[in-house]
Ligand binder design. Structure first.
Ligand code: GDP
Ligand code: IMO
Ligand code: MG
Length: 428
């Protein structure tokens, strides 16, 4: 079972980092294929807690080769800050490979991200402000700067000049900001170039060779299906393909080499930033989920919006990604609720929709139709087999599984590496 993709099934923060970490010791390569340091993965190993942004979570497992593939946008300073911080805690970061074709995020991307958000006013997306959208826009616009450009100063200067010519007009004339100097960007990009050089590789070639040799390669998606630029709640999305297809384009490994797609889904729903969220709660139940689930962003610290489980979204995710297995995380957070509503369909202006509506306006108007399930009061964090879960928790999992379009193979009952109930081996 060599090539496995992990993707977020909702709006992010489902526990992808923990799921990657869980598989860590059986994996040879772990590949980040989309996004950048907008991601925030918290991984708890014993009494140690790690927050990862740009690096794939698999870096925490000894022996795993972490890869930042071509589909990622890299803020070089953040990369080195993260590497230094992990190394100082004893994590071996020496094996990291970085694609020569990955694009870079520079100061003008971060500046444009923040200023365009401000200008959007009420219509703002609530981005992480890390420059993700502008960096991907440059890539698609063919004025982006790639990692390989850092090693030819002449070419780099031409590209930076070209990009800044356009950006400075925009910054000065439209947004009333100061112009950014070519030298400032050159310095930002070149300061770490020599440290970066030995990590740079043809990662597509290396990953294909690893698969030829029967090695296990795990593709760790950042963000999530509902934040995907094509399949999410556009325009309230990120700027990359966070769905399983992105693992192929974002890494240079062909889709027919991918054997398994694991969807990570929370036992309830959260969202950071703006955009539609049909099951969102504004009452004490929402506060219960936020405080018990500790739903605050790993990257920006923003409180996450919270709501009940949305089965049409899980079904949509299963379809768009070809999910073979779900990992249902944070079931422990639901302990103590008398009843647990699950959204089974939507009411859109009086019409029932069993699937996620394709129209943005319809989805904005969608009111959840709930089915209620009896809760349980026991602390389930010690459960290690399905039988050890209270009957009502088992029934909740089975009901959600029936509605969600794929089997639930692993259940999270706590943040720790071993706080899981495994029903089916994810690599089998
Ligand atoms: P990611 O972005 O998908 O990797 O998820 P985040 O790390 O942003 O958010 C998930 C949070 O839930 C992290 O703080 C994890 O430590 C925590 N977590 C993951 N699985 C479980 C679980 O089953 N139960 C509980 N209580 N916490 C979990
Ligand atoms: P992980 O990998 C949750 C959201 C932002 C904003 C939108 C666009 O930890 O699940 P961007 O900065 O990407 O242009 O912001 O996407 N967003 C995330 N929300 N988890 C994430 O990553 C996210 N990455 C981006 O809040 O609404
Ligand atoms: Mg996160």
């Amino acid at each position: 079972m060599p090539a496995i993709v992990i993707i977020g099934a909702q709006w992010g923060d489902e526990g992808k980092g923990k799921a990657t970490d869980l598989l860590g010791s059986r994996i040879d390569y772990v590949v980040k294929f989309n996004g950048g340091n907008n991601a925030g993965h918290t991984v708890v190993v014993g009494d140690q807690k790690y927050a990862l942004h740009l690096l794939p979570s698999g870096i925490l497992t000894e022996g795993v080769i972490p890869v930042i593939a071509n589909g990622v946008v890299i803020d070089i300073e953040v990369l080195f800050d993260e590497l230094t911080a992990l190394a100082s805690r004893g994590v071996d970061v020496s094996k990291l490979k970085v694609s020569a074709n990955a694009h870079v995020i520079t100061n003008y991307h971060r500046t444009l991200d923040k200023v365009t958000e401000r200008f959007l006013g009420k219509r703002q997306i609530g981005t992480t402000g890390r420059g993700i959208g502008p960096a991907y826009a440059d890539k698609i616009n063919r004025v982006g700067i790639r990692i390989q450009d850092l090693f030819d100063e002449n070419i780099l200067r031409q590209k930076v000049e070209g990009a800044l010519h356009q950006k400075n007009h925009l910054l000065v004339k439209v947004y009333n900001r100061r112009a950014i100097a070519v030298e400032e960007i050159m310095e930002e990009l070149l300061v770490f170039a020599e440290r970066l050089r030995p990590m740079v590789a043809d990662t597509g070639l290396e990953l294909n060779r690893a698969l030829d040799e029967g090695k296990n390669v795990l593709f760790e998606g950042g963000q999530a299906t509902m934040l995907d630029v094509d399949h999410g709640t556009y325009p309230f999305v990120t700027s990359s393909n966070a769905t399983s297809g992105g693992a192929a384009t974002g890494s240079g490994v062909a889709p027919n080499r991918i054997d398994r797609v694991i969807g990570i889904v929370k036992a309830y729903t959260t969202r950071v930033g703006a955009g539609p969220f049909p099951t969102e709660l504004f009452d004490e139940s929402g506060e219960f989920l936020r405080s018990k689930g500790f739903e605050f962003g790993t990257t920006t610290g923003r409180p996450r919006r919270t709501g009940w489980y949305d089965a049409p979204i899980a079904r949509y995710t299963a379809r768009v990604n070809g999910v073979t297995d779900f990992v249902l995380t944070k079931l422990d957070v639901l302990s103590g609720l008398e009843t647990i509503p699950v959204c089974v369909a939507y009411d859109v202006d009086g019409v029932r929709h069993d699937e996620v509506p394709v129209s943005q306006s319809d989805f904005h108007h969608a009111k959840p139709i709930y089915e209620e399930f009896p809760g349980w009061s026991e602390d389930i964090s010690g459960a290690r087999s399905f039988d050890e879960l209270p009957k009502n928790a088992q029934d909740y999992v089975l009901a959600v599984e029936r509605m969600s379009g794929s089997r639930i193979s692993v259940i999270g009952v706590g943040p720790g590496r071993d706080e899981v109930v495994v029903r089916h081996d994810l690599l089998d």
